[in-house]
Design a protein around this ligand. Sequence first.
Ligand SMILES: [Zn+2]
Length: 488
Amino acid sequence: MKTLIAMMKHETNTFSPIVTDWERFKEWGAHLGDEIPEIYKNTRMPIAAYMKIAKKLGSEIITPLAAEAMPSGKVTKDTFEYMSNLIIDSVKNVDCILLDLHGAMVAEHLFDGEGELLYRIRSLKPNIPIAVTCDLHCNLTQKMIDNSTALIGYKTYPHTDMYEVAEKVGLIVTNFINGKCKPIMQWKKTKILSQTLKQGTSDKPMSELIKIVTNAEKEDNILAATVFGGFPMADIPDAGSSCVVVTNNDSLKGKKICNLITEKAWELKEDFIYKHTPLEEVVTKAKNIDDGPIILLDHADNCGSGANQDVMRVIQEIIKQELNDVIVAAVWDPEAVKQMQKNGIGSYIELYLGGKTDMPSINLKGKPLKVKGTVKTLTNGKWVVNGPMYTGVKVNMGHTAVLDTGKVQIVIVSNHHEPWDIGVFTSVGIQPQFHKYILLKSRIHYRAGFEKIPKHTLTLDGEGVTTSDNNVLNFKNINRPIYPLDNI
Ligand SMILES: [Zn+2]
């Protein structure tokens, strides 16, 4: 027996100005062939769980591709076709397929990257068992359902259960192969374009839906139940929240659970939408808090959802209101890092920091911020995740520098990297828990590594292509009506 294991993963923000080509995949992780098992064996990634399952089946493992890029704009046609062909070319001689996908991949020439990949596989091998894990931010489609045997998603945001979810879907497919079950999927959309800032799974309203799917999985004949928050910064027909239930040949029960989830989501729909507060007001509020640490979230410029991570609006306000003892992770600016490397550690430098990227989709030009300070640290930006998300994975932030203005220490990176693990600071010699303000270009994933540190957490409404202000985003392709874009 032969099992194909592959990862092809991208959360596409169609408003992002960042091109997603093969180079972009290589920045975070793009591996081919036999090197893959060695790279992922000690991680908590789905591939590691899949390898364990394939071994249990006594199966030979084929690994054509393991590629993930940080969220960004549409995947180029060439890159999509290259990755898809690597998988398709290996499909012919295998008996089982275990895939780690995202569910929100958009390419230049198609809206539904995952649906298309699965369709191509199914067309070649109509009866092959296909297991799929998807991210909680998957924008689920009929094409994905029609062309897989069992598809399930993470129940956590931050995503700390990737390994367990892969184990679960792998087991369903293994039981199917051994004739112990007959997986049938039911799914339903909600007509809600829920915002990711309101999808934290330990917060209401998302926790209410997670409760329903967790309880459903305790019932007879329910093999898995998933609620997808969906990814709202994707102007594609199928963007939005949804759910999928995998039953053991019990479609009636699957339908019933889907209805329960979508009805509850609709009842809570207003809570899935973020409410805006002026930036200046929140920074003043932060200034007047005596005890720390205080986490400040620059959520509109979160590269973990496709932002360029160099919008300086929030940092400008923090400097203007003279907050003291602030650490920032991170600003993307390879040019600034080069300049700091040239000047060397200990040198005093004046920089036009960030603001190198224009954002035409939201009519915003990049605006650098003039800052002065000391070059405190220079590193190669490489470290290994020790926290609960992407555990064991090697991170490469590219050449990295720390600028110390006296009141603010800014980590500056050359590769986009969302700060979800404290390694973003500890790798450059900063212990975050000993600083009053921790400013992060993140929104929910930071909780994975930082959750226990802050006494207070505030969200700062800055600017960028991961804004939670729908008035800024111009949707043309999404199926209407959908809440809150339409008053339904
Ligand atoms: Zn996600």
